[in-house]
Each structure stands twice: as structure tokens, then as C-alpha cells.
Design a protein around this ligand. Structure first.
Ligand SMILES: [Zn+2]
Length: 245
């Protein structure tokens, strides 16, 4: 039995995530699992109300798609800026865009707290990490289902977050790709070996059943779209609770 690890709050005094999150055993330590609803599956005609209805979650995940790097077109920085006034949650902006560097300052200005990008989205991964951090934001790298851990191995220690895609990026509502559990487990080992507070997030096909296996493999942040935004706003709190148990 390992020692209890109390994670320091990732966002200082503004953050209530640790208190709200779920304690779980990861490896030999207890960590807090955070839930990040993806607004990709929210009702876009009532986004402010949808966000208010998931106020009990820890982060808000924003899936940004450019119809170039991925086959869909979603949310830009102006929408993020408009939503910022309606939430106190950290905004976790997942940029599925290429090239990524020109858009990073716009999302930082719009109120993103975490900015994640795919290593395939630009030729200089470390430079993009530096750019995000220079703007005072947390930097994350995202691994597609076919992208190996080796793609970010040399920058892992510079990251605040690694996001494992458990579906191919582009659309919500897809089925969880089982092979990604081994990648999550390998990343958990690599992160623990570094001893740095790097979050390990999973995005795609997360529901109450797959959530448990992701946590067991070592994830500590779960993105959920359909599993949260279903059944109408009155159900969202219960949907979030189901992912925590
Ligand atoms: Zn995402």
C-alpha cells in the first residue's frame, strides 16, 4: 500500500477541483480524478445554460476543430471568450488545428487555462510548449490512437498534461478504442518515474464503464461529452456523479 498523495491544486485559489474530484488509487498512490465535460456535445443554441448545468464538474473541455487537421469545424477563440464570463471552471482547450502556433495567443487571450495540441500539428513541438507557457498557460500534448508515446518522450518533463485520444479526433459519440488503455498505463509509469505533477487525461468514448478502466490504467482527468450532456440539463449532475463512482 503506497502513501497518500495530496495533489496540490492545479489552479491556485480559484480551483475547487480537488475538493470536488474523486479519490482513486493509481499505482501505489491516491490521486484525485477530475471530470471535464466536453461542450462539443452540449446544445450549442444554449451554451451558457449548458455550462451552468455542469458547474459541478472540475474542468470544462473545449474541442477546437479546424476542418483541416481533423474533419470537422467547431469552436474558435471568440466563443471561448464569450463563455469565459459564464464559468469559473478552468477551461481546458484541446486544439485540433494545424498549424497550431498562430492560434495559441488567441486562445490564451480568450481565457484558456490549459492549451493542448497534437505533435503532428506543427514541426516544432518544444517551441509550441514554450509558446503556451510564455503566455502563462498550462501546456498539454495530445496523442492520437496511432501516435506512440515516443512522439512526446523528449518533452514529457516540460508538459503539464498529456491527453490520450481514445477515439480518432473529429467527432463526438464514438466508441472507446480499447488499445489505448495500454498507452495510458505506459504514460502513468513514465510520469511517475519523472515525479512531476503532469496530468494524464483521456478523451473519447468515456462513460461510467470505460471511466473505471481509464482510472485503473492511470488516468486522472476524464473528458466526457455524450456521457455528461445527455438526458437534458436536469440530468447532467447525475451523469457527472456516475463518472466519479
Ligand atoms: Zn478533446
Amino acid at each position: 500500500m503506497g502513501e497518500f498523495v495530496a495533489l496540490s491544486c492545479r489552479f491556485g485559489s480559484e480551483c475547487t477541483a480537488v475538493a470536488a474530484g474523486t479519490a482513486a488509487w493509481i499505482g501505489s498512490s491516491v490521486v484525485t480524478v477530475l471530470i471535464a465535460p466536453s461542450i462539443l456535445n452540449a446544445d450549442f443554441s444554449h451554451l451558457a445554460d449548458e455550462i451552468a448545468a455542469v458547474a459541478g464538474a472540475d474542468w470544462l473541455h473545449v474541442d477546437v476543430m479546424d476542418n483541416h487537421f481533423v474533419p470537422n469545424l467547431t469552436i474558435g477563440p471568440m466563443v471561448v471568450k464569450a463563455l469565459r464570463a459564464h464559468s469559473t471552471q478552468p477551461f481546458d482547450c484541446h486544439l485540433m488545428v494545424s498549424p497550431v502556433d498562430p492560434l495559441v495567443p488567441a486562445f490564451a487571450d480568450a481565457g484558456a487555462d490549459v492549451i493542448s495540441f497534437h505533435p503532428e500539428a506543427g514541426p516544432h513541438v518544444h517551441r509550441t510548449v514554450q509558446l503556451i507557457k510564455s503566455l502563462g498557460k498550462k501546456a498539454g500534448c495530445v496523442l492520437n490512437p496511432a501516435t506512440p508515446l515516443a512522439a512526446i518522450e523528449n518533452v514529457l518533463g516540460d508538459l503539464d498534461l498529456v491527453l490520450v485520444m481514445s477515439v480518432n479526433p473529429g467527432f463526438g459519440g464514438q466508441a472507446f478504442i480499447e488499445s489505448q488503455l495500454a498507452k495510458i498505463a505506459a504514460l502513468r509509469k513514465a510520469i511517475d518515474a519523472l515525479g512531476k505533477p503532469i496530468d494524464l487525461e483521456v478523451d473519447g468514448g468515456v462513460n461510467a464503464e470505460t471511466a473505471r478502466r481509464c482510472i485503473k490504467a492511470g488516468a486522472d482527468v476524464l473528458v466526457a461529452g455524450t456521457a455528461v450532456f445527455s438526458g437534458g440539463p436536469a440530468k447532467y449532475a447525475a451523469n457527472i456523479k456516475a463518472l466519479r463512482t
